[in-house]
Ligand binder design. Sequence first.
Ligand code: SAM
Length: 272
Amino acid sequence: MTPVEYKIIQQFLSQSCGIVLSDTKQYLVKNRLTGLLTKFDLASFSELAATIKTNSSLSVRIKAAVVDAMTTNETFWFRDDTQFTELKENIFPEIFNRKRGTVKVWSAACSSGQEPYTISMCVEDASNKRGATPSVQIIGTDISESILQEAKAAVYSDLALSRGLDVQTKTRFFQKTHDGYKLSSSVASRVRFQQFNLLKPFSVLGRFDVIFCRNVLIYFSDEVKRDILSRMVDMLEPGGYLFLSSTESMPVTVKNIESIRGGRVRYFKKVS
Ligand SMILES: C[S@@+](CC[C@H](N)C(=O)[O-])C[C@H]1O[C@@H](n2cnc3c(N)ncnc32)[C@H](O)[C@@H]1O
């Protein structure tokens, strides 16, 4: 891959999905995209780069495949578990007490579904404690169609389940099938999935009481990160909550949001 071909791919990724690759990541791009040459019958990276610059139907498919190959889908159940304890013990009870109508939650960049399904498990716990089942809709979005197919199937391998789930939760919410473990419909039916690019306007998604945006902004420039977070705060209902991962911070330029700290957990609340 020549420096010029690398630049074309670098620019395409930054403009189409916000992912910023430094000039030293050529080896990574080469590793991840080599398989696409065979898949799309391309002779070289030069042909791949040239096709990316066109608007043909092949180019559309290749661009989607490049994004799929270059995104990192790492996720697991109850990731940053103190956030989910806070969600089920304090945040959901507070929202259920004051909210009339359906509570809406957005898992932005949901990968293979573990994050929105974990949220749905927290709804089960908070509802059981309350003795009533409030109406909650969870939407999981991701840029990658192929990872969303896995999320929608809601069938996980032993290995995927072993990452973050204790035996009790596994037994409670999953049933063994011929191809893995199927998530119970009570948890799955609360979640719907939609392909969505975080660089696009959020208004099509509506407003939310809770947003999870974790482990995705780390791949973006500071400017894009600030823009996405400001727009997310706009989409929160007054008094709504926003979770970043425990290692991410809120840029100071993002307005109308306060930081909440409790024990080992930190999250953000929209100033109403
Ligand atoms: C590391 S996973 C994080 C999954 C989950 N939020 C978690 O914390 O476990 C990052 C996800 O962000 C998605 N992603 C990357 N760029 C995106 C964009 N511009 N719009 C929407 N999703 C994007 C990737 O496809 C990937 O599934």
